[in-house]
Design a protein around this ligand. Sequence first.
Ligand code: C5J
Length: 221
Amino acid sequence: MALSVAARPYDFALDPAKAALVVIDMQRDFIEPGGFGGVLGNDVSRLTAIVPTVAALIDVFRTNGLLVVHTREAHKPDLSDCPPAKRLRGRPGLRIGDEGAMGRILIAGEPGNQILPELAPIAGELVIDKPGKGMFWATGLHETLSARGIRQLVFAGVTTEVCVQTSMREANDRGYECLLIEDATESYFPEFKAAAIEMIVAQGGIVGWSTPLEALKATFA
Ligand code: C5J
């Protein structure tokens, strides 16, 4: 039976039998001081601030026995899944595959590529290494979710306007109903976060819905 979640642009009918949580790229290199995001000059404290909210959101899904999917932006060590156009972006020394403060930047298995210990996946949850900004490109995730009967995706993670929004748009095009938990996502740029949320809910929810964690928690109470 569907639960009604107060949301924008209108209430979201959440069907727990068909819903999964997707936590996008809560990896050390984007969030911890001294990581790749910080070295690029970003204020990572904006991102660290949402960690307790993301943890509380994960807890709602675990407590109710619903699937949790974690993604990491991660490339193979030989970079065979990193197109030159992406690899050569940015300053030399700060490019994908270069040695950073937490190991090779955006490379699977490196310390900086691990999900924050506070949000670590547990047995039974999916961990998806994605070589793109979106979570469906080159991951096989759509087939995995379809096989489990998942049709609704609740989104959290970083950054709102890049990997979260790209993944929501990819999901929307694949027929998923998408709900963003707006205080469980963040950007290095507050104005980009605000704009991304407005883009998502505009025109009757052209990409999906948005709501704070408290509204979701209220429906499960
Ligand atoms: C970025 C991401 N911003 N996870 N990655 O490069 O949003």
